[in-house]
Structure formats: structure tokens, C-alpha cells
Write a new protein. Structure first.
Length: 125
């Protein structure tokens, strides 16, 4: 049956044809494999949260890496902090946000790999 469609009989040519058919078979399966991986990576993001002043005292560390749902905003980080450490609620309205070394608004949507900084009011000299 193959001879009817590919009447090439040389051994070398059959090897090339067989290799081509194998690659075509692999390519027909591959997109579905990668589609699942892409779908998983689009459902969450990983960010680094840098902590200062009251936030650092509450958590006892200077930074954390969190996995969050796609679409999380800068204020969503603060919401999580307040849920985990209710004593931080006093700073909710006074905290500013930084993402990747830029001040941002609370409704800024975070991207995978972002570095988020919560900046509470500080005093001193």
C-alpha cells in the first residue's frame, strides 16, 4: 500500500521517508502535550515579595516567594498579608506599592516574576 503512494524503493530514501513519518507523528501529538503545560502556567504566577518595617517584623523575614492566581493585583498582596497577620491592618490605607522598582497603583495587575515591595510609612533620620 505504501508503494502505491511512495513508489521509491531505494533503502536510503525509505529511511528518510520513515524518519519523516515519525516526525510527523510526533508533531501531531506534541501540541496537545505543550497545551497542558501552557494552560498550567497561565493559571498562576510566581512573585517575590520584599518586606520592610512593620511587614518585615510581622513575617520575620525580608522576602518571600509566593505563587498566586493570574490576575492578582498589588493590593491583593496586602490583603493576603493582613489576612495572615491582622496586626498589619493598621497600615492598609498608608501602604504604597512598588513593582520592579517602580511605584504603582494598588490595582496594578502583577505578572509572573514580578518583585513587589510593600512600603509602609517610615520615620527616622
Amino acid at each position: 500500500m505504501v508503494d502505491r503512494y511512495f513508489p521509491i524503493r531505494s533503502g536510503f530514501r525509505w529511511i528518510i521517508l520513515d524518519s519523516l513519518l515519525v516526525w510527523l507523528a510526533i508533531l501531531s501529538v506534541t501540541p496537545s502535550i505543550f497545551a497542558d503545560v501552557e494552560l498550567m502556567s497561565n493559571t498562576s504566577i510566581q512573585i517575590t515579595v520584599k518586606l520592610f518595617a512593620a511587614y518585615q517584623e510581622a513575617y520575620g523575614q525580608t522576602e518571600m516567594v509566593w505563587e498566586l492566581p493570574t490576575g492578582t493585583t498589588a493590593s491583593g498582596i496586602l490583603d493576603r498579608c493582613v489576612r495572615e497577620h491582622p496586626e498589619l491592618s493598621q497600615w492598609r490605607d498608608l501602604t504604597r506599592f512598588g513593582v520592579n522598582l517602580q511605584f504603582v497603583e494598588p490595582d496594578t495587575v502583577l505578572q509572573n516574576g514580578d518583585e513587589v515591595v510593600l512600603i509602609p510609612p517610615v520615620s527616622g533620620g
